[in-house]
Design a protein around this ligand. Structure first.
Ligand code: ADP
Ligand code: MG
Length: 323
């Protein structure tokens, strides 16, 4: 990584693009992209090296819904989930890339502090035999009636599960990421002074066949776990996970809820095993933080997007540090 500078991998939550109360129109996405860009520009001003990644759960679901509408009304065939994942990387990557470019240009940082901003379509290696493929858990896309779900399941082979909030939703496997295929390019670009947006949505899940060739898989990787793989491979100093809650809590949602400020990695692991962090939300963030520090990272921070800067300086959020 760039000498003398701290490198930060920033993982933006789904809420970084579509926040509560937003209709999800393009203007909402742009406004939220500029909020994230403002923060990132501030870090660039302070000479940090930055790699940005983002979630795509809502957007992959939206893409699947657009496809299912086309399927019903216009007989346009849907694309498989790996392609939908690539579309979401292009969509969100583009918006962040332009917002960041404009913020940096405005602050006269382009050309001086950074050479440019670019998005990498990122493929993330997973194990083809990951047990997650036999147990799809991640909800994506719209809600269907039981009859519609059964019909789509017959026609397309999609798996549906009842959603706790009612109705049926498509569920897809969420395999554990091994590493990013494009990691060397990402590393080189960061070293050369570019801001890289990569591994969107945790990366497009791919496996390598007997001949060394890559193939996409039907799944959606957790973006926090993908971010850890990238941060560890880049030997980044900090993994900064930004979400919509100020801190991770013990006994979350109970009267005994207790916010965590600084936790040593062994403590974090103990709490994780005790089940304090919900799977699919805070669970993977804590796990990503634990793995990052175990792999040599200095600090993993989980914080609210609006408190990102304070959290990085140690004045907000939950920090996981080495023992
Ligand atoms: P993101 O889009 O940023 O990945 P998630 O919804 O996946 O956001 O995760 C953040 C959410 O995790 C919080 O809004 C909170 O409701 C939930 N959560 C679950 N367990 C905890 C916990 N122990 N402490 C804090 N938040 C928790
Ligand atoms: Mg999440």
């Amino acid at each position: 990584m760039k000498k003398g500078l701290d490198t930060i991998v920033i993982a933006l939550g789904g809420n970084a693009f579509q926040t509560k109360g937003d209709r999800g129109v393009a203007e909402d996405y742009w406004r939220n992209a500029y909020t994230a860009a403002e923060l990132i520009a501030r870090l660039i001003e302070e000479n940090y090296g930055v790699v940005v990644t983002h979630g795509n759960g809502p957007q992959v679901g939206i893409i699947a819904e657009w496809m299912s509408l086309g399927l019903k009304e216009k007989n346009i065939p849907p694309m498989p989930l790996d392609v939908a994942g690539a579309m979401s990387q292009g969509w969100l990557g583009y918006m962040l890339q332009q917002a960041l470019y404009n913020k940096l240009a405005e602050k006269k940082l382009l050309g001086s502090k950074v050479r440019g901003v670019l998005t990498i379509i990122t493929q993330t290696l997973v194990n083809r035999n990951d047990p997650a493929f036999n147990d799809p858990t991640k909800y994506i896309g719209p809600w269907y009636s039981k009859e519609e779900a059964e019909k789509l399941s017959r026609e397309l082979g999609w798996v549906f599960k009842p959603d706790p909030r009612g109705g049926y939703r498509r569920v897809v496997p969420s395999p554990d990421p091994i590493g990013q295929i494009e990691i060397d390019a990402i590393k080189m670009l960061v070293e050369q002074g570019f801001i890289v947006i990569a591994d969107g949505g945790g990366g497009i899940p791919v496996y390598r066949d007997e001949n060394g060739l890559l193939h996409g898989l039907e799944g959606v990787i957790d973006k926090d776990l993908g971010a850890e793989r990238m941060a560890s491979a880049l030997k980044a100093d900090v993994l900064l996970i930004l979400t919509d809650i100020e801190k991770a809590f013990l006994n979350y949602g109970t009267p005994n809820a207790k916010p965590l400020d600084v936790v040593k990695v062994s403590e974090a692991l103990k709490y994780y095993r005790e089940g304090h962090f919900k799977p699919g939300s805070m669970g993977p963030k804590i796990l990503a933080g634990i793995r990052f520090v175990q792999n040599g990272g200095k600090m993993a921070v989980i914080a609210h997007l609006k408190q990102a800067y304070e959290a990085l300086k140690g004045n907000a959020g939950t920090r996981i540090i080495p023992d």
